[in-house]
Design a protein around this ligand. Structure first.
Ligand code: AMP
Length: 414
């Protein structure tokens, strides 16, 4: 037996209603906020992610599916959507056509991580990018959008954590203070963090190793190092969130895994998921579009992890409103196929098992979950009628073939 690849899941039919519910809900809420959908390829030039995400990030360093294609070019499966979406925006000059872009995308991402509950090698994200606006109200509105998606999915017990990562003006002083602090705790840091404290000290605050978590408890907080502009921006975001009745907590340790974030960053987590409890994360990235060769336009975005959202939902039963058609005899079977087609063309879900004996067909009808069964036998053919059977009560009635579709519609309350 050839099995699937570890960490890459099949999504089987019973789970599909939940996937559709999440995707359709997200699409509806994005629609309310005036967003358009953009679909980019899953494969990009590797250099896009090196430039977009920063070479010293875990994702780029350890988790990318990178390989040479047949012409020897290095390509990578996208580990996140932002770099791809921005590449598409820049390549097609979308910001030149309309300086404000509000885009969402939904699709698979790939990271070579250690698979566990809630963490996979192929997973799906619902992604949002809002480009061309830099004010704090934009941040608040974007966080509110993420919060509204979670709300529309009916999630409870969710927590929004917010932080500001400052900007190129104030972050260097903070990084300096952080480096000095970490030097004093060097012995307690893991090997990776001893290296990272030089190259990227913020990343140490994000380390999952217990010893590192303890070592940075008293680390300086970025809030104390924000420049006046970043401070007032941050304050205005928090004030607006309060007015929008979006509950949040501040978390000065929230640095996120990617290099490109500036100012507002945030994460949404949900109770009931175990250790992988982050359902969404994002933030502002004012330098990224220019870094990728585009115009000097600001941006902010976020991504929800679809698998984790689905883990939080109750199962959704598959749709069972419809009519099962049963036929006795070869002539009746052929005519039953005509009835099925007429029902479907009228928008009524219908099924049959015409290859089987009458008894087995009736058994299928009973198991179908449909409330109604249409029976066609010799008598019905002779009198140009169809027998309708209510599969709940067992009650039967005879309807003329000419009004069959309408009778089914009526019986199903459609
Ligand atoms: P990130 O792109 O790392 O900020 O992740 C955004 C969201 O995607 C997270 O909050 C998770 O819900 C989800 N996510 C990230 N990595 C994985 C993964 N390997 N498996 C499943 N979901 C993931």
């Amino acid at each position: 037996m050839i099995t699937g690849i570890r960490g890459m899941n099949d999504i089987l039919p019973p789970d599909i209603p939940q996937w559709r519910f999440v995707e359709e809900t997200a699409r509806r809420i994005f629609g309310l906020y005036g967003y358009s959908e953009l679909r980019s390829p899953v494969l990009e030039k590797t250099e896009l992610f090196l430039r977009g995400m920063g070479e010293d990030t875990d994702v780029v360093e350890k988790q990318m599916y990178t390989f040479a294609d047949k012409s020897g070019d290095s390509v990578s499966l996208r580990p996140e959507a932002t770099a791809s979406v921005l590449r598409a925006v820049i390549e097609h000059g979308l910001l030149g056509q309309e300086p404000i872009q509000k885009l969402f995308s939904i699709g698979p991402m790939f990271r070579y991580e250690r698979p566990q509950k809630g963490r996979y090698r192929q997973f799906h994200q619902i992604n949002c990018e809002r480009l061309g606006e830099s004010g704090p109200l934009i941040d608040a509105e974007t966080l509110c959008l993420a919060y509204d998606i979670a709300g529309a999915l009916g999630l409870s017990g969710i927590e929004l954590e917010v932080n500001s990562l400052g900007c190129p003006v104030c972050r260097p002083a903070y990084q300096q203070a952080l480096r000095a602090f970490m030097l004093s705790r060097r012995a307690d840091l893991c090997d990776n963090c001893r290296r990272r404290m030089e190259t990227n000290p913020l990343r140490v605050l994000d380390c999952k190793a217990e010893s590192c978590k303890v070592a940075v408890i008293d680390a300086p907080a970025i809030e104390d190092y924000l420049c006046p502009d970043c401070r007032s921006h941050y304050q205005a975001v928090l004030t607006a969130l309060a007015s929008l009745e979006v509950p949040f907590t501040k978390n000065t340790r929230l640095v996120r895994g990617l290099d490109y974030y500036t100012r507002t960053t945030f994460e949404i987590s949900a109770a009931g998921l175990g250790s992988q409890n982050a359902i969404a994360g994002g933030g502002r990235y004012d330098g990224l579009i220019a870094d990728l060769g585009g115009p000097a336009a600001p941006g902010i975005g976020f991504a929800f992890g679809l698998e984790r959202l689905i883990m939080l939902l109750e199962p959704i039963p598959t749709q069972t409103q419809g009519c099962f058609v049963v036929a006795l005899g070869e002539d009746a079977k052929e005519q039953a196929l005509c009835l099925l087609t007429a029902l479907r063309r009228a928008g009524i879900r219908s099924e049959a098992a015409l290859d089987k004996s009458f008894k087995v067909q009736m058994r299928h009808a009973g198991k179908s979950g449909y409330p109604l069964c249409a029976i066609l036998g010799g008598d019905e053919i002779a009198s140009r009628t169809v027998t309708l059977k209510d599969l709940g009560s067992g009650e039967q009635s005879s309807v003329a073939r000419d009004v069959f579709v309408n009778a089914v519609k009526q019986a199903l309350d459609l």
